[in-house]
Write a protein that binds this ligand. Structure first.
Ligand code: SF4
Length: 386
């Protein structure tokens, strides 16, 4: 399964559970954990629960039981990613519509590290096409190490950020040099969903008997938009919810962009926001992505924006999730779980997350500001063809 989804070279699952145990046992360290959106929709399967059982509250309780000092949510990072990515999209789109021929469209989402590695190797002539926004995991970790550390009064060297991810390629992403200061990486340890389950079992925590608990704040606050990052079409739908409000300057109520949802490997959706008629492409699976990228390379792409995720179904089908053996019914149940969580949220647009608003007011100023470019954006590198 991993070889099918991890063209990054992260083909072997390096078990990081012992690194977490050591960090939790070190009295000098403050250990913070963040959990990706799709983990809560699949972790329960490792404890005999039906696929599609949402275990958000039990997962938080288990992490607290393991001894993490703060239990936060990568979804907060996803909301932050949307702030930057939707801004980039609108900036490029409006300049393009104003006749600026230097602007590249479509914009490509860039939160999947397997996909980033794929285009660095195979489409290195298109490095200026993807969004430069970091992934939710890396934005979250950058904020923790550079902003939250100051609030806590803890030296970043004594802060350990552990990420629980559906993904083996996230281990590789965390180790990229651009996400570190010397040997001090923003994300210290990445656990897969399966590794978290293993740790919970090793600590003899009766997962199914746990009472639901809430994430810590402020970095545990998130919106429905961030939850749907976990499934194919979700990143672009989340971006549309924000871009549409900003473009129309309205608080739009019709925010379910069902056109971008679905399971076909490549999908095309027409979306109208205000007077704009947008064409959105969605691909899951790198073979499918290649088709869309060949069109971009040939200058024949009709799309304004394209979402690409390496795994079938998006992150709910990631290589670090409980094994699904290619069973699409399981992936669809996990997708439904994320839909339920999205619809249950009072706030479903990233730019309305109160803690995100506060973070911009107190630290970043505006999206795409100098400070956000420093902490929340990245660059890509030309690599040999594979
Ligand atoms: Fe990882 Fe998600 Fe990309 Fe799969 S789709 S490689 S789980 S980020």
């Amino acid at each position: 399964q991993c070889a099918a989804v991890c063209p990054t070279g992260a083909l072997v699952e390096n078990d990081a559970t012992w690194d977490v145990v050591k960090a939790l046992g070190d009295p000098e360290k403050t250990v913070i954990v963040q959990t990706a959106p799709s983990v809560r929709a699949a972790l329960g399967e490792e404890f005999g629960l039906e696929p599609g059982t949402l275990v958000t509250g039990k997962m938080v309780a288990a992490l607290r039981g393991l001894g993490f000092d703060k239990v936060f949510d990568t979804d907060f990072g996803a909301d932050l990613t949307i702030m930057e990515e939707a801004s980039e999209f609108l900036d490029r789109l409006t300049r393009h519509l104003d006749g600026d021929t230097s602007v590249k469209l479509p914009i490509l989402t860039s939160c999947c590290p397997a996909w980033v590695n794929f285009f660095e190797h195979n489409f290195s002539d298109l490095l200026d096409v993807p969004s430069t926004s970091k992934s939710p995991m890396q934005m979250f970790s950058a904020v923790v190490k550079n902003v939250y550390a100051q609030e806590l009064g803890v030296d970043r060297k004594n802060l350990v950020v552990v990420s629980v991810m559906p993904c083996l390629a996230k281990k590789y992403e965390a180790s990229r040099d651009e996400f570190s200061i010397g040997n001090d990486y923003d994300t210290d340890i990445v656990l897969s969903t399966r590794e978290l389950a293993k740790l919970i079992k090793q600590y003899n925590i009766e997962f199914n008997l746990l009472k639901d608990e809430e994430f810590d704040n402020p970095l545990g606050e998130s919106t429905g938009a961030s939850i749907i990052f976990g499934r194919t079409g979700g990143v672009i739908e989340a971006a549309l919810r924000t871009a549409a409000d900003w473009y129309t300057k309205e608080d739009l109520q019709d925010i379910d962009y069902t056109q971008v949802r679905g399971f076909e490997g490549v999908r095309s959706a027409d979306v109208k926001i205000g007077d704009l008629e947008l064409k959105i492409g969605i691909a899951h699976g790198l073979g499918e992505a290649r088709k869309l990228l060949e069109e971009v390379r040939a200058g024949k792409s009709a799309y304004h924006a394209i979402e690409i995720m390496a795994c079938k179904g998006g992150c709910i089908g990631g290589g670090g999730q409980p094994y699904h053996h290619g069973n699409t019914a399981i992936l669809k149940k996990r997708t439904e779980a994320l839909k339920t969580e999205d619809e249950s949220k009072k706030i479903r647009k990233s730019h309305e997350n109160p803690y995100i608003i506060k973070l911009y007011k107190e630290y970043f100023g505006e999206p795409l500001s100098h400070r956000s470019h420093e902490l929340l954006h990245t660059k890509y590198f030309k690599k040999h063809k594979i």
